[in-house]
Design a protein around this ligand. Structure first.
Ligand code: 16G
Ligand code: ZN
Length: 540
């Protein structure tokens, strides 16, 4: 195998750069990534062999980044993100300076990790719509061939679709089979669950016609995939929901994430300039690989209102909590919510005081939230940026699937809960699945976006990006809510925060950019801006 890896690696030389497997894998300008993707392929083979031939996923995407970027990340057998201790191994392989050094690093890892090199290796992979994707998939294939890895190329998929497939392959034929191992299987599972989840919603005779939801797909992979799903969903006449797809042009790669998409909307706090939505019309935006979604609308006075990840979390937690109560399962299904420090303080207060549910705060990054959510029977986790999902524990799934309802009302609630466990992607945040979940809840509650918005009022907040000499000196603790170093800086921040009504602020080093991010919120817009600026000056 050594010679094969040497020969294949010679086609993808290391460009003399230092790479790091970060919170979302490797991500940068696509023309620097050939060697990185090749080496990730080697690691995927090792990981699969280490896990006795369980299938590992490789996704080639740079999510909401500009079109000229790309990235690559690994998916573990149950569809979760790569176990964190292996991130360092990915970094080691990516940084080996020569082909020879690479083979040595590869063999050293195999020995240190006690990988049986004769075990089978299996990998499935996919990519988003970026122009560089097929070339990078070629680099990956070279690594899979050199290591004798069985593989399937699923071509273009959303990130969550690949996570779904990885879990399906590895659970096939078991009691926990997750679904059919195909893209079609994903649509069929999703549409059947959506139909079932809407079965008991009622539409009053005098209700005005629902205009449905307009979905901005960031000109990325979500466009064609959502369109495909629409072929499986019930029509609006048949108790379905009207879904209008916009920004779905994947043929001009330069349009990807440009002036549209979830990141544009969340960061800029405004609708894509191309939006033709009318006041009070529901709008949603996906990101470039369809693992994030945010909602928004303009009210009658033309004011823009964002319904971000915090809102999706509160909406889902309240609905699932109600269903559990109506099903007579409130005791067995304890719902909890996981947030990061970026969650608006008003949402946290609403969850604890309004919904009476526990909240846990974790550091930024999906893997932290996901793991914390697994500790609840039903764990709802969302980052404010719109990435998130709901995970049901094995015991909760069993309770929901075997509960004997004691009344017709209990029966309806249990059936709807069962549908949600299939509708919600259990592996990772999935914009398409989350979109259908929100649509189901709004339909049951007979709410438009403004009823949803009025459950609580967000505190005005500001996020500032601060360029610093060395972001590594900023060490955060307490789920990134406090700085332990530089020494003394936290006391200064606390003093500032104390001067503002409902003030809260924190600073943390970004995991994806060379900068420190400062977040502040307070009772009024001016105070939030002021607090953010003052904390930013402290950090500078
Ligand atoms: C990554 C994370 C995302 C997080 C963001 C924070 C995953 C899959 N993605 O994109 O969840 O919000 O980093 O970026 O974990 P920052 O560290 O630059 O603020
Ligand atoms: Zn994404």
């Amino acid at each position: 195998m050594d010679q094969k890896i040497l020969d294949a690696s010679a086609k993808h030389p290391q460009p003399g750069k230092v790479f790091q497997y970060g919170t979302a894998g490797f991500r940068m300008k696509a023309d620097l990534l050939d060697s990185v993707v090749f080496r990730v392929g080697l690691l995927a083979a090792l990981r699969s062999r280490k896990l006795n031939g369980q299938t590992i996923g490789v996704m080639i995407t740079a999510s909401h980044n500009p079109p000229e970027d790309n990235g690559v990340k690994l998916v573990d057998p149950m569809g979760e993100m790569l176990e964190s201790s292996w991130e360092a191994h990915a970094t080691v392989l990516a940084n080996a300076e020569t082909d020879q050094a690479l083979v040595e690093a590869y063999n050293k890892l195999a020995t240190d990790l006690k990988v049986n090199q004769t075990a089978p290796a299996r990998v499935i992979f996919a990519r988003d719509t970026r122009a560089s994707g097929s070339r990078l998939a070629g680099c990956l294939i070279d690594a899979l061939e050199a290591t004798g890895t069985e593989s399937t190329d699923y071509k273009i998929l959303t990130t969550p679709q690949l996570h779904y497939l990885v879990r399906c392959v590895n659970t096939k034929g078991t009691a926990h089979a997750y679904g059919e191992v195909s893209e079609k299987g994903y649509y069929e599972k999703m549409s059947a669950a959506f139909k079932k989840a809407l079965k008991y919603r009622t539409i009053p005779d005098d209700a005005p016609e629902d205009k449905g939801v307009i979905v901005d797909c960031a000109n990325g992979v979500g466009g064609p995939k959502l369109r495909e799903l629409l072929r499986y969903l019930p029509s609006p006449q048949d108790k379905g929901v009207k879904i209008k797809v916009v920004n779905e042009d994947v043929h001009k790669p330069e349009n990807l994430n440009s002036q549209c998409g979830a990141d544009f909307v969340k960061t800029g706090q405004r609708a894509p300039p191309s939006s033709k939505a009318e006041p009070l019309e529901r709008c949603a935006s996906l990101d470039g690989d369809a693992d994030r979604v945010v909602y928004y609308f303009t009210d009658k006075d033309g004011k823009f209102n964002l319904l971000d990840g915090d809102r999706i979390a509160t909406l889902s937690a309240s609905f699932i909590g109600e269903l559990a109560r109506h099903a007579g399962l409130a005791e067995q299904l304890k719902v909890g919510v996981v947030q990061t420090a970026y969650a608006n303080g008003a949402s946290t207060k609403y969850i604890t005081s309004g919904l009476n549910l526990p909240v846990v705060c974790t550091p930024t990054g999906v893997k932290h939230l996901h793991h914390a959510a697994l500790r609840f029977d039903v764990g709802v986790y969302f980052e404010a940026n719109g990435h998130g999902t709901v995970v049901f524990s094995p015991a909760a799934l069993k309770t929901i699937s075997t509960h004997e309802p004691q009344s017709p009302a209990q029966h309806e609630a249990v059936e709807t809960l069962q549908a949600l466990t299939d509708l919600i992607n259990q592996t990772v945040g999935d914009a398409i699945s989350d979109l259908l979940l929100v649509e189901v809840i709004l339909a049951h509650k007979k709410w438009g976006p403004s009823e949803w918005l009025h459950t609580y009022s967000d505190l005005p907040n500001r996020l500032v990006r601060v360029e610093v000499k060395d972001r590594n000196i900023f060490k955060a603790v307490d789920a990134e809510r406090k700085l332990e170093s530089p020494a003394g800086i936290q006391d200064e921040i606390d003093k500032l925060v104390g001067k503002y009504k409902q003030g809260r602020s924190f600073a943390r080093a970004s995991g994806t950019e060379d900068a420190v991010r400062v977040y502040a919120e307070a009772e009024t817009r001016t105070e939030a801006d002021d607090l953010a600026q003052k904390v930013a000056s402290l950090v500078k």
